[in-house]
Design a protein around this ligand. Structure first.
Ligand code: MG
Length: 184
C-alpha cells in the first residue's frame, strides 16, 4: 500500500500554494467582510480572517486548491496536452471545470455558500478581479474560482454562526427573565 499523505502535509501544501500564487488570506477575508457586513453589524475583519482559516482546515477545499493551482501552473509552463492547454490558458468561458471543482468544495457550508459563490463568480470582487486570467498576466483559470469558494464558505460559516449566537443569547435572555416572571 502506498504511503498515506498526512493531512498536515496537505494543509501546508495548500496554504503554500495560495501564498506562492500571490493570494494572502487577508485578501480573502476582505471579500468575506464585504459579503457578510451588510447582515452582521458587529462583524470585524479579524472574524472574517478566522473564518477563512477555519474553512481552509477542510480537506475537500485543500484538495481542490492543490488540483486547481497545479493545472494553472502546468498551463503557464505550457505542459498540458492540447486542446486542454489552449482551453485553460485562454480561460475559455465554456470550460466550466474550474467553477465545478471550486463549487464542489463549498457544498459542506450549505446553500448560502453556493449562492455567495455564484455572486462572486459573476461580480469578481476584490482579489478575484485581479486574478482574472483574461485581465492580467499568468494563468489563474482555476485560482479565481478557488478563492471565490474559500470566501463563499467562510462567509456562509459566519452567517450560520451569527444565527447560532443570536439564538443562544435569546435563550440566555429568556432564562434570565424566568425568575422575575416566577416572582411576579
Ligand atoms: Mg475561472
Amino acid at each position: 500500500m502506498p504511503n498515506r499523505v498526512h493531512s498536515k502535509e496537505v494543509k501546508e501544501a495548500a496554504l503554500r500554494k495560495l501564498a506562492e500564487r500571490g493570494v494572502q488570506l487577508e485578501d480573502i477575508a476582505l471579500i468575506v467582510y464585504e459579503m457578510q457586513s451588510p447582515y452582521n453589524t458587529g462583524l470585524k475583519l479579524e472574524m472574517c480572517l478566522d473564518s477563512v482559516k477555519a474553512v481552509l482546515e477542510k480537506r475537500e477545499l485543500q484538495h481542490a486548491i492543490l488540483v486547481g493551482i497545479e493545472l494553472d501552473q502546468l498551463a503557464e509552463k505550457k505542459m498540458l496536452s492540447e486542446p486542454l492547454q489552449s482551453i485553460v490558458e485562454a480561460d475559455e468561458g465554456l470550460f466550466g471545470c474550474d467553477e465545478t471543482l471550486a463549487l464542489g468544495s463549498v457544498f459542506g457550508y450549505g446553500s448560502i455558500a453556493v449562492t455567495t459563490f455564484g455572486h462572486l463568480d459573476k461580480h469578481k470582487i476584490g482579489i478575484i478581479k485581479r486574478l482574472d486570467t483574461k485581465a492580467g498576466k499568468g494563468v489563474h483559470t482555476f485560482l479565481d474560482d478557488l478563492v471565490a469558494s474559500i470566501a463563499a464558505s467562510a462567509a456562509s460559516r459566519i452567517a450560520h454562526r451569527l444565527r447560532d449566537d443570536e439564538e443562544r443569547s435569546e435563550q440566555a435572555g429568556r432564562a434570565s427573565a424566568l425568575p422575575e416572571e416566577n416572582a411576579g
